[in-house]
Design a protein around this ligand. Structure first.
Ligand code: FES
Length: 101
């Protein structure tokens, strides 16, 4: 019989394994990201603190990270109003920030 503590540790290590990074395009710049992570995470990790602006010009950033607030909307592959916290990174995706809503 195996030790449940050892099994939990092995499962935890596996959960932290990351795939090889890929390149995505954000506002015309190449950004390194990990496939499967949320686009909001990739944008924040790349130093993009604000991803859209309001109609009055206020800068907004991901807030809830679970698809509720819509503060993280961006354009992905020419499809507007995508919630970046719900979109998974995939190689070659083209992202445009600064969407007014
Ligand atoms: S951060 Fe709230 S919907 Fe994406």
């Amino acid at each position: 019989m195996s030790d449940p503590t050892t099994q939990a540790s092995a499962a935890h290590r596996t959960a932290l394994d990351r795939p090889q990074p890929v390149t995505i395009e954000v506002d015309g710049q190449r950004v390194c990201a990990y496939p499967g992570e949320s686009l909001a995470t990739a944008l924040l990790a790349a130093g993009r603190r604000a991803v859209r602006t309001t109609a009055s010009g206020a800068r907004r950033a991901p807030y809830c990270n679970m698809g509720v607030c819509f503060e993280c909307v961006v354009t992905v592959d020419d499809v507007p109003y995508q919630r970046s916290c719900l979109v998974r990174v995939r190689a070659g995706m083209r992202v445009r920030t600064g969407v007014a809503r």
